[in-house]
Design a binder for this molecule. Structure first.
Ligand code: HEC
Ligand code: HEC
Length: 207
């Protein structure tokens, strides 16, 4: 066989291998087994959010057990720079700009299927946070109206119980200053005082 013949044979084998690994990748990404990373993009996410989304850092939100519809909406939302806090755009815009809708769907299914982290309320502030969460206060609606009695959320309303304290604290400040624009959350957060934010975070979070 001539050299060019060998090269053609080789490139056929290479093409076949590439095609087979693409099929394998798309299969495993569409059907991620619990605890198994659905492909290379999740490796990228894992470097900050942890293997199952249970991130080790307080400023990086936990994704494990977060609702699929919320994850999809939020990932797409990072593309609109006018509605995100600058620190969120800084980290997540580039990530969100480079994933397809299909992959967003697979990633959201993967994280939604992981066990959520439970909250670890910190006394004495947590008791006041619990009352505020369930009953509200003048100018502050009860959080449970939307996030549910235990902060577990549903659909496009996120699970907030068991989230990192630093992230929750920052999110509430971002909503109250409207650095993060949200038709639903800017109003509930608008009149929260620093003390009330600390109380709510003590009740909801797990460091
Ligand atoms: C370089 C670190 C880093 C990488 C890589 C990264 N993230 Fe993030 N992600 C963050 C940080 C930090 C935030 C919080 C942004 C903020 O509000 O300041 C965040 C926020 C998010 C949120 C919002 C969560 C919520 O509760 O609203 C989602 C969803 C998310 N990331 C998904 C992903 C996915 C999926 C990938 C991989 C495709 C990924 N991230 C890659 C650091 C990262
Ligand atoms: C009217 C319904 C509603 C009420 C009341 C409400 N929330 Fe929310 N909350 C939402 C929705 C919907 C989102 C998602 C908003 C978005 O991403 O634009 C959200 C998002 C959040 C987030 C961001 C979570 C994340 O992962 O980034 C936090 C934190 C939060 N809410 C805390 C609270 C607290 C604390 C209260 C009570 C003071 C409260 N919410 C009251 C509907 C509500």
């Amino acid at each position: 066989m001539s050299i060019s013949g060998q090269v053609t044979q080789l490139s056929k084998v290479t093409l076949l291998c590439a095609a087979m690994s693409l099929v394998a990748a798309s299969f495993s990404e569409a059907n991620p087994a619990p605890g198994v990373l659905p492909g290379s993009v999740t490796e990228q996410c894992a470097s900050c959010h942890g293997r199952t989304g249970d991130s080790p850092s307080g400023k990086v939100p936990r994704l494990n057990g977060q609702h699929k519809a919320y994850l999809i909406q939020r990932l797409k939302g990072f593309l609109d720079l006018t509605r995100q806090a600058p620190h969120a755009s800084y980290v997540m815009w580039d990530v969100a700009a480079n994933i397809t809708a299909e992959r967003i769907d697979a990633l959201a299914s993967f994280y939604a299927a992981q066990d959520p982290t439970l909250p670890a309320p910190k006394p004495p502030l947590a008791a006041k946070g619990e009352a505020l969460f369930h009953l509200g206060a003048p100018g502050v609606p009860a959080c449970q109206q939307c996030h549910g009695a235990h902060g577990a959320g549903a659909a496009t309303t996120p699970r907030i119980a068991g989230q990192h304290a630093a992230y929750l604290n920052q999110a509430l400040i971002d909503f109250s200053t409207q650095a993060r624009v949200s038709a639903t959350m800017n109003h509930p957060a608008l009149r929260l005082t620093d003390r009330q934010i600390n109380e709510l975070v003590a009740y909801l979070s797990n460091d």
